[in-house]
Design a protein around this ligand. Structure first.
Ligand code: GUN
Length: 280
């Protein structure tokens, strides 16, 4: 059965819109986009549109590809000290002259809409409940919750160890919390015999960024498959999972598009709301 992320995200955004209106808040999110990367431009556009739909004010700061690290640090400094700005999102990837880690460190942890600041990552990993959780991992947990998919005592294999998705998600799923208590294996490109390992998974999460990588040999019949991949082949978007051959073997699967992607955007809105409300 398909997991309809578009529907879950829409319902979530509707509830958020009502909360924002009722509480009379004007959450404000600043996007910083450096360079001309077409996917990044399209993501920021989609995120900005979603903000407007729920009553979040957004500001877009566009900087040229040639921007220096110091120039970007100065932009962040200004946003940090602007009390009308509640959240800051610097779209990744950044041009090669800019050290991403240095930029993430410069963002005020209390305005970190992505939850990428090392202080927030540290809080998240140690199970602090009052922390911004990165949008895609949080979106995956909310999808599992929405479909009553039990994670407790299940074997989850996470494919891909990125700081944005795989690593935080593997950590969260192993924590003592709702949508946690799983036994997690974090697998990656140097893992031996991936198909055999993945075939042991009750829940398989593909977040490695390789189009159609997961085939039927990876799947235990009845498994839940969450596809985080967004890959472009010609002008078509495909996931990391070969949906056509994998879907018939699964109990639940997220399609691409329309699975995890919309939830990532919905969670960014939620994080911005939380930052505006409480100043985490
Ligand atoms: N690039 C790809 N995904 C993300 C994300 O979730 N946040 C930011 N800031 N950049 C990204």
């Amino acid at each position: 059965m398909d997991i309809d992320g578009k529907r879950v995200a829409k319902e979530f955004q509707e509830r958020l819109k009502q909360k924002i209106a009722k509480e009379g808040l004007t959450p404000t999110l600043a996007f910083v986009l450096v360079g001309e990367d077409p996917p990044s431009q399209s993501y920021v556009k989609m995120k900005g549109k979603a903000c407007a739909e729920v009553g979040i004010h957004s500001i877009k700061i566009e900087l040229p590809e040639s921007t220096s690290e110091l120039e970007l640090l100065n932009v962040i400094k200004k946003l940090n000290s602007d009390s009308t700005v509640h959240g800051i999102l610097v779209q990744m990837p950044l041009p090669k002259q800019i050290n991403e880690q240095k930029i993430l460190l410069a963002i005020d942890p209390g305005k970190d809409a992505d939850g990428f600041h090392p202080i927030n990552v540290g809080k998240m990993i140690t199970g602090d409940p009052n922390v911004i959780i990165p949008c895609t991992p949080l979106g995956v947990l909310k999808l599992l919750e929405a479909y009553n998919i039990e994670t407790c005592s299940k074997h989850v294999v996470v494919l891909g160890r990125s700081n944005i998705v795989g690593r935080p998600l593997a950590n969260l799923l192993s924590q003592k919390r709702a949508q946690g208590n799983a036994t997690v294996t974090l697998a990656h490109s140097l893992t031996k015999d991936l198909p055999a390992l993945c075939k042991q998974a009750d829940i398989l999460i593909a977040a490695l960024g390789k189009a159609n990588f997961v085939t039927k040999e990876f799947i235990k019949p009845g498994a839940v498959v969450i596809d985080v991949g967004i890959n472009r082949i010609d002008s078509k978007i495909v996931g990391d999972v070969n949906y056509g051959e994998v879907a018939p073997l699964t109990s639940y699967i997220t399609p691409v598009p329309g699975g995890v992607g919309p939830m990532t955007i919905a969670m960014l809105l939620e994080n911005t709301y939380l930052l505006a409300k409480s100043g985490l």
